[in-house]
Write a protein that binds this ligand. Structure first.
Ligand code: SF4
Length: 390
């Protein structure tokens, strides 16, 4: 009797399972929503151009709301009744600022339509927040790698380590600029917000990876030394290695308070609790992580709690001292000991560069969370839409 293997099987796993003789067929569901061209790509010997499913459950959650399918990484799903983006009637010089999923998806679609596309990324590696999120959600890095391969295949010129400002952009004189520079992460204005053990999401990224970011963190001597040595050894370039090394050493105190329990805060809290930190999450609403697709949310909360994360809901942070945080819950005031405080919320779209470029007369489009379209799903959707419309 033939055996059909099912359940989150990726192409590389499929080869192994079939090769082992343990199954005769492989069944794929969500992976084919993410990339219906999978078979053609594999037949063509292009496994790196298969768009991977990232197990985000956005499609599963969608089933509860409507019959129209959506996929976080495949903006075409649900729109196959409309034609593929047409070749550009007149090719233009397109400059994409920012190499996260939104910028890369936009660059891919625009280049495939025949535009001349250059992509500038300020850091040394592509991926933006999605790359950093692979620290807690490793599969996100597979999507970053797919997009990287796809924009190379499409002929996009990629320049990393280049911080674009209005002078540079005017000098390059593109026909159109796409701003995909990501969001701004502010610290709430309250006592103690600038103490040295208080980190924003950008600071945390710098702290763990050594990537320069828009945060205000000044690294301590030991941390600078360790990061420098790691960089020399090539260890901080790869998020898998950072994830592994963070089990041995991390410049994060033992008692941690994460402020904001949405998707990012919940995943950071779980990551830290898994590394023997005592983690409390302060969430101002009555339910943590409501923005997550709910099947994923159930699991994320279950696993975080099992790892020891303590969630405090309807909890408003009011002050931070060198050793504690103070928060308000209903009519009472509470304190928690904290060696490190991480602001995981207060993420806002940032149109500063886009507005400055518009004022100088450039044609500007904004994608991703620079323009209020959040997470990988919003970045891909907006990147695809803009790339198809140029
Ligand atoms: S929405 Fe997420 S889980 Fe569903 S197919 Fe797309 S990437 Fe996979």
């Amino acid at each position: 009797m033939p055996v059909i293997a099912v359940g989150r099987i990726r192409p590389s796993d499929a080869e192994r399972i079939i090769g082992s003789g343990n199954a005769d067929f492989i069944s794929m569901g969500r992976q084919l929503l993410a990339d219906p061209d999978l078979v053609r790509r594999l037949n063509a010997g292009q496994p790196d151009l298969v768009r991977p499913c990232i197990n985000c459950f956005v499609c599963v959650a969608q089933n509860f709301w409507s019959g129209k399918p959506v996929c976080a990484v495949n903006a075409r799903l649900g729109h196959y009744d409309q034609p593929d983006p047409l070749p550009a009637s007149s090719p233009r010089d397109v400059l994409v600022i920012g190499g996260g999923p939104g910028g890369m998806e936009c660059a891919r679609v625009a280049a495939e339509r025949g535009h001349q596309v250059t992509l500038l990324e300020a850091s040394r590696r592509l991926g933006g927040s999605a790359r950093f999120s692979s620290l807690t959600t490793p599969i996100n890095n597979e999507f970053v790698e797919f997009l990287h391969a796809a924009i190379i295949e499409a002929g996009v010129e990629i320049q990393t380590g280049v911080k674009a400002d209005t002078d540079l952009i005017s000098e390059l004189a593109p026909d159109v600029v796409v701003v995909a520079t990501g969001a701004r992460r502010d610290r709430p204005d309250l006592p103690g917000k600038d103490l040295p053990h208080v980190l924003s999401g950008d600071d945390l990224r710098t702290q763990l990876t050594g990537d320069p970011g828009p945060g205000t963190l000044r690294l301590g001597l030991l941390t600078r030394l360790v990061l420098r040595m790691s960089r020399l050894l090539g260890l901080t370039v790869d998020m898998g290695r950072v994830r592994f090394l963070s089990r041995l050493w991390m410049p994060i105190g033992r008692r941690v308070v994460v402020v904001n329990g949405d998707l990012v805060g919940t995943e950071i809290a779980h990551f830290l609790a898994d590394r023997r930190r005592v983690v409390h999450v302060l969430e101002s609403s009555s339910q943590p992580a409501l923005a997550m697709a709910h099947p994923r949310r159930w699991r994320a909360l279950h696993e975080s709690r099992r790892a020891g994360v303590m969630f405090h809901t309807e909890a408003e942070l009011t002050a931070i001292s060198h050793t504690q945080v103070e928060y308000q819950q209903a009519d009472s005031t509470h304190q928690l000991d904290a060696d490190t405080v991480i602001f995981a919320g207060d993420v806002r779209s940032d149109r500063t560069l886009a507005e400055a470029l518009s004022a100088e007369g450039h044609e500007v489009h904004v994608v991703g969370d620079a323009g209020d379209e959040w997470y990988i799903e919003g970045a891909v959707r907006s990147g695809h839409r803009v790339g198809a419309a140029l």
